[in-house]
Design a protein around this ligand. Structure first.
Ligand SMILES: [Zn+2]
Length: 186
């Protein structure tokens, strides 16, 4: 027996030490992110780190939305894209209906509050959800260095809506019901 044999035996210790940064997979969009430090309130259907990244990404929009209607509309679109990408099982797909209204029916996102009740009434409970997403908040945050939010948010929203493709007929029907109720209510 040599010393080398003894050393070989001791080299089999677990290489994964406690120093590894803890990551978590977002249950909504699937983004793998370093776990957010400290207590973070997460959106329903999202990991705390994903919610936190979204909030950081749209912070500038939130600060300007009160003074600028176009920024407010962009913030509404961003919030609905995020919510549509983080559906809660068993809940009505209201965010997907709102995306349909803003993107396909040319409805002003600033009418979200006024339409909230009708959208909630019309929103379908969908049995399936997209299994993969073209663009996540992690992609959005990574692109922010070179493209600004007024360009990024609409293309992200378009991608989220396209990913919902299998549910488009049900969501479009609900959007039309919501707008019909809107017209009749005047
Ligand atoms: Zn997420």
């Amino acid at each position: 027996m040599s010393d080398a044999d003894t050393r070989a035996d001791t080299a089999t210790a677990d290489p994964a030490g406690p120093e590894r940064p803890e990551t978590e997979v977002c249950p909504g969009c699937g983004a793998v992110l370093v776990a957010a430090p400290g207590p973070v309130t997460s959106s329903p259907g999202a990991s705390p780190s994903c919610t936190s990244l979204f909030e950081v990404t749209v912070r500038g929009l939130r600060e300007d939305a009160a003074q600028d209607l176009r920024t407010a509309a962009l913030l509404q679109l961003a919030g609905d894209a995020y919510a549509a990408q983080h559906p809660v099982a068993g809940e009505p797909a209201a965010a997907a209906v709102r995306l349909c209204l803003w993107l396909e029916r040319s409805t002003d996102p600033l009418r979200a509050g006024e339409l909230a009740g009708r959208v909630a009434d019309a929103a379908p409970r969908l049995a399936t959800r997209p299994v993969r997403w073209t663009t996540t908040v992690a992609d959005l945050a990574a692109d922010l260095d070179v493209v600004d939010l007024p360009a990024l948010v609409p293309s992200w929203a378009d991608a989220v809506w396209a990913d919902w493709g299998a549910a488009h007929p049900a969501v479009r029907a609900a959007a039309d019901v919501a707008m019909a109720g809107s017209a009749a209510g005047r």
